[in-house]
Design a protein around this ligand. Sequence first.
Ligand SMILES: [Zn+2]
Length: 221
Amino acid sequence: MPIITSNPANAVFSTKIICGECGYFYGRKTLHSTSEKHRKVVWYCNRRYDGEEKCSTPSISEPDIEKYYLIALERLLSDKESHIADCNAKLNNESALAQLKEDRFQAEITLETLMTDIQALVQENARKSQDQQKYREKFNKLVERIDKQKTLIADLKAEELKMVGMREKLNRFIEALARCEGVMEFTEQDWGDLVKCVVVKPDTLTFEFKDNSKIEVAIQP
Ligand SMILES: [Zn+2]
């Protein structure tokens, strides 16, 4: 029986390999043998040695992950042009990004106006005596609108960042496809730019790529 130790090293497969049964990430373990020569690094479901119900998904060695990745990559490259065309179609949303920026710009102008209004209200109240209940009502309404406006701006910014991130991801994906053409080897950079995750089932590995395409590879006996 091998001794199992967790290996905390931040490897390139971390948070990329998912158990198809429980949905947890696979973790990296070093299986020690009596001789250092037979030391083996494997990945398996983090819940495998956890609790009552154990997953039946298999452990995979690092050379096997690379081997199956190259099989999936070869299939991905055989249909390279259509993957690139799909990415380019998604990248053709420059106008949507410009619209988001414009919406945020307008929302920021509205916020500035509201800030000016509330300052004027406070100054006016300091200058002359007036019904304080009415003043409070006006003040609270403005505060409420300012809060809403700030939330709107934060949401628009988040959406903008998401879209920019998606565009960068797709551009890197296209570049990696071009790099891999005719060079069938495992590199950490290509793996990182191409692979979103790998879902492991008892007999298959499904590679989900960054363009959302999926390729299923059978585990060889
Ligand atoms: Zn599991």
